[in-house]
Design a protein around this ligand. Structure first.
Ligand code: NZQ
Ligand code: ZN
Length: 385
């Protein structure tokens, strides 16, 4: 196992009717900015509960954070925080709202060009405003991690930053708040969670026995509950399990002490930045070809995945690996998520554009071995057509 530090300071408050706990978590003297997305949190009553729980505290609001939050929109929130001297940020929404709030928290007191926070991957962040979240979409894990993904609309650049200063202080996870999610977002959440595990598990063996077993347990749970969550959209137990799985896939626990890949995510980000495809769908397009092309370097873990996650013990090694990848792709399709570029109206012409973007953003040596060059990414995309 590799050496690691593990520190996750986010308090999770989980379960039915937990939004009222905001009154215990947010200081009475806080000057709060509530940040949210489009109209979902207003429509389903989440914002009303949040406002009631905050009582007489000083609050302002910033709505309109879009899916795949943009620097341009968020800088307006930064201006509001600065001019109104607000000192506590409360995100109400999915990964986009939470990621956007993390950026606002880091940018509000930042000296210099805030875009450099993204360019330095967060290395130049030395402080941030405190953040709390009320999660309405289980998918990204952003509610319990220190990552954020922001898009600059002007240049179609989607970059990640990480900083220990942007861990939420607390996150409230009420599974009942997810009942209004459309099937498309539920499928996205299941896929994103699944692929977060794959990026941290399907690399090469690191003698990390419990991380492997946790990862396999999360994957098996997702395979088990995925179709049921879609078929029974008002089932609280299923929602509760999906919500907790999603958080556990990207809160640092399974990634501690193991090599990590993330090539699928980084290629996928270019698909979102350029063509606006939902984050999880880009992963569903890229992952199957990524695994097929890098089968040799992932051989040991692919065989372990085939046996422990899909129960494949018969046939040659190559057959087991191929079947495991085929089953993975079929699982994505069974949740209604298409897995080919052509399903999203893209043809071979788009590949040059995507490769140029990867190059421009420095994504030239990806993966756990740094061997996913532009040429490999090109072949992955060609195989995904
Ligand atoms: O804007 P509103 O009206 O709120 O609607 C949203 C949005 O249209 C809707 N929604 C959210 N909760 C709802 C709801 N609709 C009905 N009922 C509810 N309870 O869902 C739509 C999508 O929301 P969004 O927040 O964009 O989705 P998601 O949570 O999948 O977040 C995706 C973003 O997270 C980034 C992605 O790149 C993408 O920008 N990621 C962040 C990560 C992190 N911070 O660690 C890791 C991930 O790999 C990912 O890259
Ligand atoms: Zn993701």
């Amino acid at each position: 196992m590799q050496n690691f530090d593990f520190h996750n300071p986010t308090r999770i408050i989980f379960g039915k009717d937990t939004i009222k706990r905001l009154s215990d978590e947010v200081p009475a003297s806080a000057r709060i900015l509530i940040l949210y997305g489009g109209c979902s949190a207003e429509k389903n009553g989440t914002l009303a509960e949040v406002r009631a729980a905050l009582g007489s505290r000083v609050t302002q609001e910033f709505g309109g954070i879009e899916a795949n939050p943009t620097f341009e929109t968020l800088m307006r929130a930064v201006e509001q925080v600065r001019s109104q001297e607000l000192d506590f940020l409360l995100a109400v929404g999915g990964g986009s709202v939470i990621d956007g709030t993390k950026f606002v928290a880091a940018a509000a007191g930042f000296d210099g060009d805030p875009w450099s926070i993204l360019e330095s991957i967060g290395a130049n962040v030395s402080r941030a405003l405190p953040i709390g979240t009320v999660l309405t979409l289980p998918a990204t894990g952003s509610e319990m991690n220190n990552g954020s993904v922001i898009t600059r609309r002007e240049t179609q650049t989607k970059l990640v930053f990480m900083s220990p200063h942007v861990f939420p202080q607390f996150s409230i996870l009420d599974p009942a708040k997810t009942f209004t999610l459309p099937p498309r977002q539920i499928a996205n959440g299941l896929l994103d969670s699944f692929i977060h595990v794959v990026e941290q598990y399907l690399t090469y063996p690191a003698d990390a026995m419990v991380q492997d077993r946790f990862a396999e347990g999360l994957l098996q749970t997702l395979i088990d509950i995925g179709p049921k969550v879609l078929a029974e959209p008002q089932d609280y137990t299923l929602r509760a399990n999906m919500m907790w799985v999603a958080t556990l896939t990207l809160n640092g626990l399974i990634g501690a002490g193991v090599p990590q890949d993330w090539a699928t995510h980084l290629v996928g980000h270019e698909l979102t930045a350029r063509y606006g495809i939902d984050h999880a769908r880009t992963l569903a397009i890229v992952l199957p070809s990524m695994l097929r092309l890098r089968k040799e370097s992932k051989r040991d873990k692919l065989l372990q995945y085939a046996e422990r996650v899909w129960g494949l013990t018969e046939g040659s090694e190559d057959e087991r690996m191929d079947t495991a990848i085929d089953r993975t792709q079929a699982f994505f399709e069974s949740l209604g998520v298409h897995t080919r570029l052509s399903d999203y109206g893209l043809s071979a012409d788009s590949i040059d554009v995507l490769i140029e973007q990867l190059d421009r953003h420095g994504m030239t040596r990806l993966g756990e071995h740094g061997d996913v060059t532009l040429d490999v990414s090109r072949r992955v995309l060609e195989a995904s057509l």
